[in-house]
Design a protein around this ligand. Structure first.
Ligand SMILES: O=P(O)(O)O[C@@H]1[C@@H](OP(=O)(O)O)[C@H](OP(=O)(O)O)[C@H](O)[C@H](OP(=O)(O)O)[C@H]1OP(=O)(O)O
Ligand SMILES: Nc1ncnc2c1ncn2[C@@H]1O[C@H](COP(=O)(O)OP(=O)(O)OP(=O)(O)O)[C@@H](O)[C@H]1O
Length: 394
């Protein structure tokens, strides 16, 4: 056995999983995290979805199935690996980290994933909201630019109806008081009429008055410029792609769910599709930034200088793009994690109840001046179709 609890460090956890970072010397686990299931509401119920099932569904839905091929490389990039966890290891991990989380000891498997947060004691972490975090390693390995990582949970990236004032994210955040004053909305990064992408990026990453660290201020500015180029000129950007695959196939899909619909054999495909859409409405996106220089200071990637944008860019793949900004070269690398299949049989009633509360409370419409003006007004469906490519080529 080569798994030892004292070689793992607790990183974070959500509702269903805890994530541990490897800090030992075994090359097999270097730069990887281990994701294990927690004891939760449903961990002993018949509808519990195990790590092995999550792993198989990621493979079946996002890797083997070509219909979601525009997301494939953001997922393959994680190098997901299913590993069997010896009971002694899980027990030791549970004991060591019992103050942080309660691991499900019945689970036989964990998932190894590439570590996207290469944090250390020099990392400055800024949590702008529950849905947006920025990590900057203030020690610069690569030229004078630090390694930066943005972690975002963009949630629902479309509007079901153009007639409502707020999108689901804004309506839901107001209803649940998760966010009481809006600074930005992820839907503003999706192309829409009169969008002001530069202002949105400013609102997303405000420079705090007490920030006297030049590296943090300068690198955040560079990252904002690169992100502007990425969201403005790249129609196949990750948020456009998520938006495309998240959209419901019928109007009021969740509100119309019923026992009859859920129990009908004829609806199996529609139910699986909805489950996939709900999974994609709850994913995490990591965007890593670094400067490209090799040890001798030479450029590693030839850049396409014919681009119309102010920064020059070249796609190594959709998930990895090189940019030139003020005569320096940077790379962004994008990964998609937390692609857990939902327990649809156990959850659809909650989803319907949430949607009913949003509608009953008129949260999509009533304008709340304290929260901020709604500016998540998306393009009408016919124009949106033109803005977002529907050709699903690889
Ligand atoms: O209902 P939502 O939109 O609040 O989403 C839940 C998430 O809340 P959030 O919006 O991130 O604050 C919630 O996130 P947190 O654990 O609260 O960070 C879960 O992701 C939950 O999914 P699951 O039960 O773990 O499968 C999510 O539940 P699902 O609706 O995806 O089933
Ligand atoms: N590959 C990774 N590299 C680095 N950190 C990670 C990685 N995957 C997850 N994390 C961190 O661990 C946290 C919890 O992980 P994760 O989102 O998978 O848990 P979860 O229980 O599924 O969350 P949720 O309840 O939101 O669905 C994330 O917010 C992120 O900060």
């Amino acid at each position: 056995m080569d798994l030892f609890a004292d070689e793992w460090e607790y990183l974070d956890n959500g509702m269903a999983n805890a994530v541990f970072k490897y800090v030992g010397n075994n090359t097999k686990y270097l730069h990887r995290v281990l994701r294990v299931r927690l004891i939760g509401q449903h961990h002993q119920s018949a509808s519990y979805i195990s790590t092995a099932e999550v792993f198989d569904s990621i493979h079946a839905s996002f890797v083997a199935d070509r219909s979601l091929c525009n997301l494939r490389e953001y997922i393959v990039n994680n190098n997901f690996e299913l590993i069997e966890l010896p009971t002694v290891f899980t027990e030791a991990l549970t004991n060591t980290f019992k103050n942080h989380c309660s691991i499900n000891l019945d689970e036989r498997y964990g998932m190894l994933i590439d570590n996207h947060l290469v944090t250390n004691e020099h990392t400055k972490k800024t949590k702008y909201s529950k849905f947006l975090k920025l990590f900057i390693n203030t020690t610069c390995d690569s030229g004078d630019f630090p390694l930066m990582v943005i972690e975002m949970k963009p949630k629902w990236l479309y509007k079901d109806s153009i007639d409502t004032n707020y999108c689901r994210n804004c309506a839901y955040n107001r209803m649940t008081k998760k966010i009481t004053k809006k600074c930005f909305c992820f839907n503003e990064l999706i192309k829409f009429k009169d969008s002001n992408l530069k202002q949105t990026l400013k609102n997303m990453f405000p420079i705090s008055n007490d920030s006297n660290n030049d590296i943090v201020v300068d690198s955040t500015e560079i990252a904002k410029n690169i992100l502007f180029d990425y969201f403005n000129y790249n129609d196949k950007n990750i948020l456009n792609m998520l938006s495309l695959y998240q959209r419901p196939t019928t109007h009021n899909m969740i509100l119309n769910l019923s026992e009859e619909f859920m129990n009908s054999e004829n609806n199996k495909q529609a139910i699986n599709d909805l489950n996939l859409k709900m999974t994609l409405r709850d994913v995490t996106v990591f965007i890593k930034f670094y400067r490209i220089v090799d040890t001798a200071g030479y450029l590693l990637i030839d850049l396409d200088t014919s681009s119309s944008s102010s920064t020059y860019h070249k796609a190594v793949g959709h998930h990895q793009i090189a940019y030139k900004w003020q005569n320096r070269f940077y790379c962004i690398e994008i990964s998609l994690v937390d692609l857990d299949l939902k327990d649809i049989a156990g959850k659809w009633r909650q989803w319907k109840a949430k949607e009913s509360s949003l509608v009953a409370g008129d949260w999509y419409n009533t304008i709340d001046v304290h929260y901020g003006q709604p500016c998540c007004v998306l393009l009408p469906e016919n124009e949106a179709k033109e803005a977002i490519p529907t050709i699903l080529s690889g």
